[in-house]
Ligand binder design. Structure first.
Ligand code: ATP
Ligand code: MG
Length: 391
């Protein structure tokens, strides 16, 4: 039997020791989440590899590969052939067909590399490689052999089954989703926070997102945008949960009760407090925000200090040291940028101070907040009314 498969390589270094089986099951779960959406697939564990097989018929690489490549924890994805009959004749034919499919007309150099897990195979690896290479060379005059620096290396791996592949599609690396505990990301519809959530998910954190929605001051479109951003991040993590917290009452209360130039600081503190409540209820261990030092008035070090003092959990700010352009470049690369820049603006300018304080004093903020007697209840009530969406 012979079939088209994907040979999926994962990061060996991070997967040593006791973690290994857990990491691999996480990867399989993430891959399954993505693949179940597009068809009927098997994922088979082979030594150090995962093999994706299509149970619905011949695999369509073009539809399957984009669903696998983004998954964190993988280092490479190879479209290839799996075959049970390992006779030399069969291997040569399959190798030729593979090369014709991928390098039919292109003038290029190649070599064949054979690996034998099964040492009962009747030839040495070098002999088998020379034999297969010679056969391909005879049939395809666009190819020349270069054993030292080939443009293409045709891999033939002889295990319980044989695998033939030549292209390794590079992936994002990182750690499998959920292998590093849970964090709650404050996800707005902007450019920054989706990138921050993505970066921490890349390190294996199971990210749950929270969006603070203030209708009618923020539109349904804004909420839809955040849902679409969460869905985009789920391409990398398999799945994602988004909590939408109705925040209008909190915002209006703050608008009436704090100095206008400090409103943003109080608002962000309230968001952090609410996010932390959600994190605590769901076994989260950290918060994640898209702050970048100095980008806006509330993201000065003084502003961050004044906001952060309400938090008891670690707050991860992976963009802290990045320039806007670097963030934009990354947002484009991961496919969140186009969603973030959709042109519908919120009408909540009443909450935006013309001259926001850039150097707030934490002690002053905390002293004012002591008098905001209804704030805690309003925050808890908002959290209790949250809508949770699975993406
Ligand atoms: P972004 O591009 O992520 O919107 P920003 O540069 O506009 O960020 P701010 O508006 O100061 O920055 O927000 C700082 C961080 O606070 C955001 O990156 C995000 O993590 C969080 N945040 C802001 N508004 C919301 C909201 N409505 N819901 C959830 N999180 C929010
Ligand atoms: Mg924003």
């Amino acid at each position: 039997m012979e079939e088209k498969v994907l040979i999926v390589k994962f990061g060996e270094v991070a997967m040593r020791g006791n973690n290994r089986p857990i990491f691999i099951s996480q990867l399989v779960k993430t891959m399954r989440n993505r693949l179940d959406k597009i068809g009927n697939f098997y994922i088979v564990k082979e030594q150090g590899r995962l093999i994706v097989e299509d149970r619905g018929g011949e695999m369509d690489y073009d539809s399957v590969i984009p669903n696998i490549v983004p998954i964190f924890g993988l280092v490479g994805v190879c479209p290839g052939i799996k075959m049970t009959d390992q006779s030399m004749e069969n291997l040569k034919e399959a190798a030729l067909r593979h090369m014709q499919t991928f390098f039919g007309k292109e003038k290029t150099t190649f070599k064949v590399a054979v690996k034998r897990a099964d040492k009962r195979f009747p030839m040495t690896s070098q002999e088998a490689a020379a034999d297969i290479g010679g056969y391909i060379l005879e049939k395809m005059d666009n190819l020349t052999v270069d054993v030292h620096n080939p443009a293409v290396t045709l891999q033939v791996e002889l295990r319980n089954d044989a695998y033939i592949f030549s292209k390794v599609i590079k992936t994002f690396g990182g750690l499998p989703a959920g292998s590093s505990g849970k964090g709650v990301a404050l996800l707005s519809g902007g450019i920054d926070s989706p990138v921050a959530a993505w970066m921490m998910a890349k390190r294996g954190i199971a990210v749950e997102c929270v969006y603070f929605h203030s209708p009618p001051y923020t539109s349904e479109w804004a909420k839809q945008k955040v849902e679409d951003l969460a869905e985009r991040i789920a391409c990398f993590t398999g799945e994602i949960k988004l909590h939408v917290v109705p925040f209008t009452e909190v915002q209006l209360y703050l608008l009436e009760n704090v100095p206008h130039d400090k409103l943003t600081i109080f608002l962000k503190r309230a968001m952090m407090k609410a996010a932390e409540e959600i994190a605590k209820k769901n076994n989260g261990l950290a918060l994640i925000t898209g702050d970048s030092i100095g980008q806006v008035a509330s993201q000065t070090l003084q502003g961050i200090h004044a906001i952060n003092s309400i938090c008891t959990m670690p707050v991860l700010r992976p963009l802290a040291g990045m320039d806007k352009q670097e963030i934009v470049d990354l947002a484009k690369k991961i496919g969140t940028f186009e969603i973030s820049i959709r042109p519908y603006e919120d009408c909540c300018t009443i909450f935006v101070a013309k001259h926001p304080e850039t150097r707030p004093k934490t002690s002053v903020i905390e002293a004012i907040e002591k008098n905001l007697t209804q704030l805690e209840d309003l925050i808890s009530s908002a959290v209790s009314k949250k809508e949770s969406i699975e993406k």
